[in-house]
Ligand binder design. Structure first.
Ligand SMILES: [Zn+2]
Ligand SMILES: [Zn+2]
Length: 137
């Protein structure tokens, strides 16, 4: 990564957990699965994936909850904001919740995941990108 790569900062609601990543996301998705729904309290969860090689935690680091075998959801231990998702076998990448970025407007999702669980209220968003019944790499 060069020093000229754009950086993107973000963090939790209370500001204790802060991060910076560089470059552009390698992918993005709208996840409609039940676990993301419970984790966020929202009808759909949008994530952007960055390479962890560029990641710097600049405040506290998130606590993690193993929501399914080898899948970890990161959250602020002070305010509870849900921030990240990762699979233990893919340490080179980390999914960040779109809303955790200070400026999420530039990022786009390329796919919908877990459409079999999608709520009717959210099944019509971003209709022109790929839809998958379950997950997709
Ligand atoms: Zn916090
Ligand atoms: Zn999900």
């Amino acid at each position: 990564m060069t020093d000229t790569a754009p950086t993107h900062s973000g963090g939790c609601l209370c500001g204790a957990v802060r991060f910076v990543v560089a470059g552009e996301p390698v992918s993005g998705n709208h996840c409609h699965c039940v676990m993301c729904r419970k984790d966020s309290g929202s009808g759909v969860s949008t994530f952007v994936t960055f390479a962890t090689a560029t990641l710097k935690w600049t405040g506290d680091t998130p606590a993690e909850y193993e929501s399914s075998p080898n899948c970890f959801r990161g959250f602020c231990p002070k305010c509870g904001s849900s921030l990240t998702w990762r699979h233990g076998d893919y340490a080179d990448f980390l999914d960040f919740r779109l809303g955790s970025f200070d400026d999420p407007a530039p990022f786009r999702a390329q796919k919908h995941l877990w459409m079999t669980s999608a709520l009717p209220a959210f099944s019509g968003i971003d209709p022109d990108i790929a839809h998958f019944d379950q997950s997709s790499i």
